[in-house]
Design a protein around this ligand. Sequence first.
Ligand SMILES: Cc1cc2nc3c(=O)[nH]c(=O)nc-3n(C[C@H](O)[C@H](O)[C@H](O)COP(=O)(O)OP(=O)(O)OC[C@H]3O[C@@H](n4cnc5c(N)ncnc54)[C@H](O)[C@@H]3O)c2cc1C
Length: 508
Amino acid sequence: MQTRTQFEDIQNYLTDASNMPGGRAEKLFVPATSAAVAEILREANAEGTPVTVSGARTGTVGGAVPFGGCVLSLEKLDGITVDPDKKVVKVGAGVILGDLQKEVERHGLFYPPDPTEWSCQIGGNIATNASGARSFKYGATREYARALRVVLADGDILSIERGEFIADPDGVLRVKTDKGNAIEIKVPTYERPNVRKNVSGYFNSDRLDAVDLFIGSEGTLGVIVEAELSLLEKPKGFFSGIVFFPEESDLLTFVDAVRNALPKHPVATAPGSDKRADGGVRVPIDATLLEYFDANSLKLISEKFPETPSGMAGAIFFEQETTAENEDALLGSWNELLERHNAAESASWFTTNEQDLGKMREFRHALPVTVNERVVRNKQKKIGTDMAVQDDKFASFLRFYKDILESSGIEFVIFGHIGDSHLHANLLPKNEAEATRSRQIYGRCIAQAIMLGGCVSAEHGIGKLKRNYLAAMMGERYLNEMAEVKRALDPKGILGRGNVFSEAYLTA
Ligand SMILES: Cc1cc2nc3c(=O)[nH]c(=O)nc-3n(C[C@H](O)[C@H](O)[C@H](O)COP(=O)(O)OP(=O)(O)OC[C@H]3O[C@@H](n4cnc5c(N)ncnc54)[C@H](O)[C@@H]3O)c2cc1C
């Protein structure tokens, strides 16, 4: 096991992509085996030393930022074993997502979760239930986690497969550690908002599966050291486009049409509807991703991509699986839809080749990166929303965002996962006065999302920066229920202190 206590070694582990200031730790552990992780936790638990679990620190809510105690980095747990026949992969928690994606592709397989930032670790992805653009069709990390190996706060190890430990009808989940110790957990009773994505607080459901409890628990319930993930067949290819719209109303009706065309939301099909107007065969629209850029986002991104057309109300990045056989028909189906919704087709970009698709994904990735650079340049903290609302509340929520942000006079961009009714509105304050106003605006957006029955975090998690908002969404009773879950698994409260809810709930 490697222990580092030198200031310069620890320095890199004191903040994450949120730039949350004030991080400090006395020790950094970089173990290379699960047994070493268990030993570190056993000692820390005996001494009551706080342990902050560190992935690749791409998180945006300060979850990996330590405030005392030690940092436990999983970066050396980096094994990948693919079983192509069973379409599963066993991975160490420290495996980098981009490396995993490349490795499984060598076997003709595909790992869909894709949180835009490919340098994150699988352990971090599971701990935050990362999702991203392609979750629109393929779902979030949760859908792919079949089994987990988790080291609990006292060093005991829990090896759990999906379906192995399920809560009873009274909402009690009983798990057994590898050493045979039994732990009883009372499943929280809150109702989950009816949104497509939600990582606001611990996951709960009727007959909760123990695997699901650890997914999205943000380093507070245990240290994930290994996972078994299911894989899909690698799609033959993708047809992708970034389409620009002169009018926002057209863009929004286009998004509705694509959502409604999804097979899980089938629209009534009239006889002959497999034929296009020009007589060609219609391939059904079945987008894997549907991403939004508002006019300000396009302006900001044009600093890096000067070929971005000007004067557009917004753009949509879409993608759909394709094969050589259906490529032309698919192109026809999208063309027809785009024409119907008045897209600026001649200014738009389309591709079926991997290199250009890579460029389109870079275009999408460049946006949050440019936002982060701008925030650092302004010497401010990022103020970015992560709420999701129900589909039928989405248009009114977007209007609310635009009204409040436009009237503020503060620079802003709105972009993200429009297919899932989940956008990121980012305020880019230039000075302290604007930062204070931005925080107030943020609070009003949170209140609006809660009022509409939405959630305060759809994908980035709560970490340390958003726990007041979780408290506003959940209220005392449910925070206490979450704290009870934590106490069952980590009685001394050493793991991920300050994440999800205030430490005060643990002593209650
Ligand atoms: C430019 C950019 C774009 C992004 N886009 C998206 C997006 O589209 N969708 C999305 O979901 N996220 C997005 N993120 C956020 C981030 O990439 C994800 O949250 C990612 O899953 C974090 O992984 P990580 O390894 O960096 O974890 P970290 O940031 O290191 O940690 C995140 C949390 O998980 C805990 N943790 C880490 N590893 C473990 C482990 N092995 N066991 C237990 N707990 C652990 C930490 O304690 C912390 O609470 C984006 C971030 C950036 C910078």
